[in-house]
Ligand binder design. Structure first.
Ligand code: MG
Length: 308
């Protein structure tokens, strides 16, 4: 019989983890993995029970040389039944290339803040968001689900805090355009649970269904798990995470940055929340990935378990 002190009564029974190491993680690494190693990573992640794995990105190879083999990877990869493999695309040309290489789901990326949009996307925020309209229409026309990333939802390194009302307005526009799911990112990793409460309060007040909202935390200031737990308690059931915690923050001098998959799985397991993911398999994959990348990865659980 749950008591008033039993936190499980307020948590979702099950959480879906969107694995971002093959894209968000690898694009931040100095060492570029071979296509064969990336294919093995995708296999290992699916073996561990992940059902959504962001496979790669079709942004320019000059901007992100680590993922220059995207089309080759998409052509060669084995797609498992029951596993979704979204691919990041920057524009209509990227969408065409993704479809041509067999992608069955895409992701687009916008910013809730002005400066990051100008620096990362080369366009003002509203113009960048509007620019995705044709991409989303094209994807939906081809029957592909679309995930919309929205960066800097807590603060921007240049602009300061992002108003929750601004985030909500951007969410509304991306959903109206046809995005099926939004991934709200604390890209600089500065947010605390209070910021998460304010943000999700604004999202709920705007009648945006939480089922369409995923959160993407960075651990720059050590807040990622606390923020994830806060969001869990407020009804969010989809989180982005990266095996080993790879995915460096470009805004702080540190290795790693994304919330680590194994840390989130460990937390969920302890809280009685089902993830469908084999923790030992993720730890083994993180160890293997660290060997491939030539350095120790930042995830707490994999470091605590140590080498065999
Ligand atoms: Mg990230």
């Amino acid at each position: 019989m749950p008591t008033a002190y039993d936190a499980r009564v307020t948590l979702p029974a099950r959480v879906r983890i969107v694995e971002v190491a093959p894209r968000d993680g690898l694009q931040a690494e100095d060492r570029t993995l071979s296509t064969d190693a990336k294919l093995e990573l995708l296999e290992r992640l699916a073996d561990a029970g992940l059902t959504v794995i962001e496979a790669t990105s079709l942004v320019s190879a000059r901007a992100v040389p680590q993922l220059a083999d995207a089309e080759d990877l998409l052509t060669r990869m084995r797609r498992r039944r029951g596993v979704r493999y979204p691919v990041l695309v920057p524009n209509e040309r990227g969408l065409e290339r993704a479809i041509g290489a067999g992608a069955s789901e895409i992701a687009i990326f916008a910013s809730a803040s002005e400066s990051y949009s100008r620096k990362n996307l080369g366009r003002a925020r509203d113009e960048a968001i509007e620019g995705y309209r044709a991409v989303v229409r094209g994807a939906k026309g081809a029957g592909l689900p679309v995930r919309g990333y929205l960066s800097m939802v807590v603060a921007d390194p240049w602009d300061g805090p992002t108003a929750p009302a601004t985030v909500v307005e951007c969410c509304r526009r991306l959903l109206d355009m046809g995005c099926d799911e939004l991934a709200l990112g604390d890209t600089s990793g500065v947010g605390t649970p209070r910021d998460v409460e304010l943000l999700l309060g604004a999202v709920a007040d705007a009648d945006i269904a939480l089922a369409h909202v995923a959160l993407h935390f960075h651990d720059t200031y050590g807040q990622a798990l606390a923020n994830a737990l806060t969001a869990l308690r407020l009804g969010i059931a989809t989180f982005d995470a990266s095996t080993g915690g790879i995915g460096g923050s470009p805004f702080a001098k540190m290795a790693g940055g994304n919330l680590a998959t194994e840390d989130l799985v460990y937390l969920c397991r302890g809280m009685g929340v089902e993830t469908g993911i084999d923790l030992d398999a993720i730890v083994a994959t993180a160890r293997w990935l660290g060997e491939q990348l030539g350095h120790e990865l930042p995830a707490h659980v994999s470091r605590a378990r140590g080498p065999d």
